[in-house]
Design a protein around this ligand. Structure first.
Ligand SMILES: [Zn+2]
Length: 81
């Protein structure tokens, strides 16, 4: 099974939380090694998670993930894949 970028984004928060099964985790790891866009998504998502875990109150803006995905869709189109 080969997963695409959109599939990775669907699982990215579960991946960070360690809630994906071993097989899916391996697929995502493999994809991240070869995909700069998804690596960037993982980094930015991880930063948000770290901020949320911080003592300071941090709220993810409403529609954050929708906007993120919209931006990624556009970047994906621009990259011509
Ligand atoms: Zn990707």
């Amino acid at each position: 099974m080969r997963i695409d970028s959109k599939h990775v984004w669907e699982h990215i928060s579960a991946y960070i939380d360690g809630e994906v099964d071993t097989e899916l985790r391996a697929e995502i790891d493999m994809h991240l090694e070869t995909c700069e866009i998804c690596s960037a998504v993982l980094d930015s998502t991880r930063n948000v998670v770290v901020l949320m875990a911080d003592d300071r109150v941090f709220e993810v803006p409403a529609g954050f993930s929708e906007r993120l995905h919209a931006r990624l869709d556009r970047e994906l189109e621009l990259s011509g894949t």
